[in-house]
Design a protein around this ligand. Sequence first.
Ligand code: NAD
Ligand code: UDP
Ligand code: UDP
Length: 318
Amino acid sequence: MKRILITGGAGFIGSHLCERLLKEGNDVVCLDNFFTGRKVNIAHLMDSPYFEVIRHDVTEPVLLEVDQIYNLACPASPVHYQYNPVKTIKTNVMGALNMLGLAKRVRARILQASTSEVYGNPLVHPQTEDYWGNANPIGPRACYDEGKRCAETLMFAYHRQNGVDIKVVRIFNTYGPRMLENDGRVVSNFIVQALKGSDITVYGDGKQTRSFCYIDDMVDGLIRMMNNDEIVGPVNLGNPGEFTVKELADRVIRLTGSSSRISYKPLPQDDPVQRQPDITIAKKNLGWKPTIELEDGLNRSIEYFSKRIKKSKDTITV
Ligand code: NAD
Ligand code: UDP
Ligand code: UDP
């Protein structure tokens, strides 16, 4: 049995990871400050004697004894990470520093959740791990992009200088149940708008592309990387299926049978024009590739959000 720390464990990806690692017989410690995470995401795990929750902010040091650390703490939606940009930088940089200090002290293996945003508005397509990116260091997304880039730098510095056992993954757009209804990210926004019959807000002309990975595939990739003894990364994890935002809107309208209409809104500054992961390394070294098609994943997410919307009408949820 391994003792595993998941920072950001009450969030979207973190809660699925807690659930899966617990199911696989590990002792799981979930650390979260509940900025975008929710107790309801992990409430069903609370009865297990092998599950603990610590309300803590990763920008502050913490003393724990663990074998593995998944460092996921950081708001992932542009709306949330731009709400307090200075805090986003602190979370990424001081959070990574503290978790690396912890990993160094207890000789734990640490996996950093990095992002496709390190490629900025990419000039190489699809994005390969050896591409250094095209990120604006002073724009509104910089707190997240540069914060994550610095976290990667810290990971490699601790690895070279102190021999810390690191793993770096670059996560591409991931979606599924337990995203916040008001998260601001495109999949949750479109599904919630379609289910409520409100306008679907497409930013810009909707021709920008993204590649959407379903949560179960992502969790599988993260665990495979953590337990791989050959590579440190960075490794892209994402679904190479590439869609325009307009295509996504049309698909959500069709799958929900909604009468919602598309309403075009201004494109946010520095919104990447195209994004698609090259997952050759993940396939070769981790034996990993996504298995859940967009349509299937959207249907599962629609089912979750329908229930959630119905429930929030009757009760106050946490
Ligand atoms: P999320 O917002 O649902 O989860 C983030 C969690 O971190 C939340 O539970 C939040 O409360 C917690 N948190 C934030 N700041 C904290 C702090 N200072 N101290 C402690 N906890 C803190 O987002 P997510 O989609 O689950 O993303 C998880 C990780 O994966 C993030 O690091 C994100 O950057 C990365 N990532 C996600 C995606 C995606 O598409 N979902 C893409 C690329 C990278
Ligand atoms: N740290 C932590 N938990 C630990 C060990 C370290 O939170 O178990 C923090 C520590 O407080 C410091 C950071 O991690 O802020 C980096 O630690 P390191 O030992 O590398 O650097 P130093 O403490 O020498 O600055
Ligand atoms: N987007 C959109 N309508 C929305 C939310 C997002 O058209 O209601 C667009 C956004 O401009 C971007 C894409 O969808 O081009 C993905 O946005 P998201 O915030 O989900 O993730 P990121 O931009 O970080 O990939």
